[in-house]
Ligand binder design. Structure first.
Ligand code: 13P
Length: 339
């Protein structure tokens, strides 16, 4: 795969009015989500749920790619068509989560480093054979008294860069996800300062490892106050702080920034993305790679009941349409009433 193909794939993922569905919950995380609707998590219920998502009407209209978990990449729809093929047939790019999770970082109480580099070259080769065109690796940075440490930031940035270089070697577009968590009572300014520190370290490492910026996407948090902060911010303040932070830290060669939702409500995630795109053209496309903000309303509407599949799919379609509009800066709350 040439560098041209990597760049073309990255651009396709941020095509106008489109974004990514993150449906790569690990077996442990999807169990938590299913617990919330009183549904047992089995390979079959997980398959049925992912099928519901991928076969929603108009799915490809606002969804450019789907991030899958290892198990899902190997599953198939009711008719026996493998999910990666089902997606590719709709011109939706199949992606794969390749990290193996955030583990306690030695010598750094309360901090983690994301693992999964051992054997990654071989795993990527298998994922490519199964149809994966892009990948995701999530690093987790927590804000607390005296944290994050420089040690945790550097360790995670290094791992992200090693992962991204291996992906590009395999012809896979890496989504580089350094997530600064929303947990805590810190204000917006503190989130901005930490996010900038993290992004500087991440791009320093990406450059050192020779990662081609045109052939990757960044998946960051928005600059937003902690969930417990009494001073919550308007979408305009969040958008202005996020853009200021990125303009200082994210090179213009990066084709797209696809946000995680990170615990924002579905509506907040849409409105905040829209506010950024309404502020005019930026050096990079700004779109979404949402998990909960796309899925949570649909999951609740489904409730694990076959009779609710069509209703749940309609809810997903509406969220995807709202976020597709937000990626263009043309979202309005009236769209929700219109469905
Ligand atoms: P959320 O949008 O629910 O944060 O999930 C996105 C994701 O892929 C986290 O790694």
């Amino acid at each position: 795969m040439s560098s041209h193909d990597l760049a073309a794939t990255a651009l396709a993922l941020v095509a106008d009015g489109k974004g990514i569905l993150a449906a790569d919950e690990s077996t442990g995380t999807i169990k938590k989500r299913f617990d919330g609707i009183g549904l047992a998590s089995t390979a079959e219920t997980r398959r049925a749920y992912r099928q519901l998502l991928f076969t929603a009407p108009d799915f490809a209209r606002h969804i450019s790619g789907v991030i899958l978990y290892d198990e899902t990449l190997r599953q198939a729809d009711d008719g026996g068509k493998p999910f990666p093929r089902l997606l590719a047939d709709m011109d939706v790019l199949p992606g794969i989560k390749v990290d193996t999770g955030a583990k306690p970082l030695a010598g750094h109480a309360g901090e983690t480093v994301t693992e999964g580099l051992d054997g990654l070259r071989e795993r990527l080769a298998e994922y490519v054979a199964l149809g994966a065109r892009f990948a995701k690796w999530r690093a987790v940075i927590d804000i607390a008294a005296g944290l994050p440490s420089e040690g945790a930031i550097v360790a995670n940035a290094h791992a992200l860069a090693r992962y991204a270089a291996l992906c590009q070697e395999a012809g896979v577009v890496p989504i580089v996800e350094p997530e600064v968590l929303m947990d805590g009572d810190h204000g917006l300014e503190r989130c901005e300062e930490v996010t900038a520190r993290v992004l500087r370290a991440v791009f320093h490492s990406l450059n050192r490892q020779g990662v081609m910026l045109e052939g990757m996407l960044l998946k960051p948090n928005m600059v937003i106050p902690g969930k417990g902060c009494p001073d919550q911010a308007s979408p305009e303040r969040i958008a202005a702080a996020t853009l200021r932070c990125f303009r200082q830290t994210v090179p213009a060669a990066v084709p797209g920034i696809v946000f995680l939702s990170g615990g924002q409500s579905a509506e907040e995630a849409t409105v905040n993305l829209n506010a950024m795109n309404a502020m005019g053209p930026q050096p990079w496309k700004l779109s979404f790679s949402y998990g909960r903000a796309l899925q949570q309303p649909a999951l609740a509407a489904w409730g694990g009941q076959a009779a609710n599949v069509a209703r749940a799919q309609d809810v997903l379609r509406a969220r995807a349409a709202g976020n597709g509009a937000a990626a263009l800066g043309s979202y309005s709350v009236a769209m929700e009433a219109a469905g």
